[in-house]
Design a protein around this ligand. Sequence first.
Ligand code: UD1
Length: 422
Amino acid sequence: MDKLIIEGGISLKGEVTVSGAKNSVLPILAATLLTDDACVIKGAPALRDTNTMLKILRSLGKNVEFDKGVITVSAGKAAHFMADYKLVSTMRASFCVLGPLLGKFKKARVSLPGGCVIGVRPVDLHLKGIKALGADVNVESGYVTAKSDGLCGARMYLGGVYGSSVLATDNVMMAAVLAKGLTVIEGAACEPEVADLADFLLKMGAKIKGHGTPVIEVEGVKHLHGAAHTVIPDRIEAGTLMLAALITRGDILIKNISFKHLGALIDKLEEAGASIARSEENLRVRYKKQLRAVNVTTLPYPGFPTDMQAQMISLMSVTPGISVVTEKIYPDRFMHVAELNRMGAHIQREGPHAIVEGIGGLCGAPVMASDLRASACLVLAGLSAKGKTAVSRIYHLERGYENIEEKLGRLGARIWREKEQR
Ligand code: UD1
């Protein structure tokens, strides 16, 4: 197992290019199950999660090739409809093969993904949606088995206690594209990655309206064909790099960015006093003056993303003043707080709130990553801290950030990988 070593205190400067979005490429790969034709996905990030999804597609009988950001998926000798626990348990997004398998083969058996450190993470909304389409659903021995004689379009509400669900919207939309008649999903997730999946499905011949809004309409078609698609830039990687510029008091030009997907984050950073210059596909983030503390509440898109909460706490922990960070999507997503406190931060957890008292600076320390975005938060903290930080369990980081140490290294960071001593 590797750990990342960071010698902090260097202002990052230069240009960096954002990779394709993890949360787009995973459901888009699942959508290739809806056709026997070949599909080509461009701009695909080389991530641990991408590889997991490719393994799942292979286990379901697809042939896959991945070369320099281009994934080609084509039909193999025999198709299967069962997604195994060993693969699904390592990545929650793999549960979204349920919808396409059910739509294409009228049956699917997919392992339940299980919980993870950021919370319980149920799948009730996924199941509610496919049941509404007429599937017979049985949950037994850790697997969901779904069958139908042919799905039928239906009107449904998919909002939950914590708002809309991204992967449930993806799953149900993918099941509905081959169903008979009209499906209306109310309370749909509006995240850009859901809209990107819908754009790919449209290219495959699906009929979808309203994606990117809370009401999605899907008119079922008889069959889908192959398609080529380029995934949107990863807004969370972009946001993490923006915070890297600010926390190190640097100046970074970030390329391949879709700033319309970053509205809530840009607004918060400007409120904190950051200088952000936009052009068509680039953003320049500069630290010009001392930032001030701001309060942040995570919400479904277009609100402030929960996937940027941990990184924002890092920035606030070195920004003078008191900042209250409220987590509305995953109230237990605060594993990073204790690790930041080990680096000298003053953060107190009160239920779904983190109360951050910004201090002059953090001190490098050995810390442990607990999940993907918590790892990014610790890397940011390490970049700004005095001395050496060792972030262990970085396999979490590899799930969602392509070549992150190379990208940060090219911006001047002193960051390298070492083998973990046992
Ligand atoms: C997706 C993203 C993840 C992001 C999250 C919230 C992918 C691959 N992952 O995860 O990076 O953090 O959206 O923006 O796209 N919920 C239920 N019942 C369900 C499903 C979800 O109650 O059936 C709850 C969840 O526990 C959570 C909230 O709804 O509190 C939102 O979760 P959801 O949008 O489903 O997250 P994911 O799609 O798993």
